[in-house]
Write a protein of this length. Structure first.
Length: 414
């Protein structure tokens, strides 16, 4: 059962990140094909991120408090809405206000799904079978890498119309993965409950912890903010660190074009970057046995600075491949470290809010990266944008060093 549950959740991660790759990583390709400028693309993606920042805590609060709607149920409802929105992209042959609004809504709901899916890994553990977040998230990176490589070729052959149809197929697979995971979870809970009911010995607590944990009550957003001030400082540092990541994800095509690259190379670089995430994600549980999440977050932050610095000074596409080697210890370690840090220091009643704040800060970095990136690219080019990204990442790294140890110290005093 444990293996099946991990495979099912891995399928959710895989399909989610495939859809993210189709819609967000190829957003510039799609919107440029609809005759949008870099600045206009930046404003659209920034607006999507702003809306996502608003939606994420609302969804997280609802998920924390809801006794009827599960994370799996909420994910399914949002996915159905995304199918309709993706199909609607075909209604617009060129740049229009309605297409801009539609893409904003699409990007916002897609991004808002991420903290729910991350929290789902720990929610599924309440069945009595632990889900390995690192390995399952690695499945997401593999799927993303395959998608970017294939979709890059499809766009070259069939044009940007290949993007929405690919997205719809992936969302249908996501719905199937969620439904399968839900069935496995309910079966696991029922089996464990039956085992508990069969225990006749009075006072036998050996299986009591397999019931869903209701001891940690959900708290209000105000209480969450009051109780987790140091964590909020860390969250802000995440926005600075991930600014460069947002720039690369949104404007990699323009960065490559400046040094002689093209959209085909962009797809291969996205695939290469995603594959490099696998070792860190796959072996993160083993790394946790030797290093604390705080230490790994610090190392990953420094690696982020090194990566964007090397991209800034890169004279060729080949050199960018070398810079992206730092992806081995930057993105996967930082992502897994932050997700596990939330799970370690927060109770069930506030955990989804914690995940949402991390994702929300990453989303906020998308806002500024999209707005500043588009304008700077149109006015001054890629070099200045990469320089600013390097400086902001370095500032965020300093704040990470300042805050992560204090989060642990504050938690241990509770």
């Amino acid at each position: 059962m444990k293996r099946m549950l991990n495979l099912a959740y891995g399928a959710i991660q895989g399909t989610y990140w495939m859809y993210y790759g189709a819609i967000m990583s190829f957003a510039s390709v799609f919107l440029l094909g609809k005759n949008y400028t870099n600045s206009e693309i930046g404003m659209i993606l920034a607006a999507a991120s702003i809306l996502a920042v608003i939606l994420q805590p609302i969804l997280a609060d609802a998920a924390d408090k809801s006794r009827k709607a599960s994370l799996r149920g909420i994910t399914s409802v949002i996915s159905i809405g995304l199918i309709a929105a993706t199909a609607a992209l075909y209604l617009f042959p060129g740049k229009t206000l309605l297409l801009s609004i539609l893409f904003v809504i699409l990007g916002a709901w897609l991004t808002s799904l991420q903290p729910l899916i991350n929290s789902m890994a720990f929610d599924l553990g309440r069945s009595g079978y632990a889900v390995n977040f690192g390995i399952t998230r690695a499945g997401g990176s593999v799927a993303y890498a395959v998608l970017c490589a294939i979709l890059g070729s499809l766009v070259t052959i069939f044009g940007i119309g290949a993007i929405p149809v690919t997205g719809i197929v992936i969302l249908l697979l996501l719905l199937l993965a969620v439904a399968g995971t839900d069935r496995l979870y309910k079966k696991a809970v029922a089996d464990r409950k039956a085992a508990l009911d069969s225990v006749k010995t009075v006072g036998d607590d050996s299986l009591k912890n397999t019931h869903e944990d209701t001891s940690d009550e959900a708290i209000s957003m105000r209480d969450f903010l009051t109780r987790n001030r140091v964590f909020l400082i860390f969250s802000i540092s995440v926005a600075f660190v991930f600014f460069q990541n947002s720039v690369l994800n949104t404007y990699l095509l323009q960065i490559l074009t400046a040094i002689g690259g093209n959209s085909g190379q962009m797809g291969r670089l996205f695939s290469f970057m995603a594959l490099l995430e696998l070792p860190g994600l796959f072996f993160f549980s083993r790394l946790r046995e030797k290093f604390t999440c705080q230490f790994m977050l610090k190392v990953a932050s420094v690696a982020f600075v090194g990566k964007i610095l090397l991209v800034w000074i890169a004279p060729s596409v080949t050199f960018i491949y070398l810079a992206f080697l730092l992806q081995l210890i930057s993105f996967p370690i930082f992502l897994s470290g932050s997700v596990h840090l939330v799970d370690e220091v927060m109770n069930k009643g506030e955990a989804v809010k914690g995940q949402a704040f991390i994702t929300g800060m990453i989303t906020l970095s998308n806002v500024f990266a999209s707005l500043l990136g588009g304008v700077i690219l149109d006015l001054r080019g890629a070099s200045l944008l990469l320089m600013i990204s390097t400086v902001l990442c370095a500032i965020g790294t300093v704040v990470v060093f300042f805050s992560v140890d204090r989060i642990r110290a504050k938690h241990e005093k509770k």
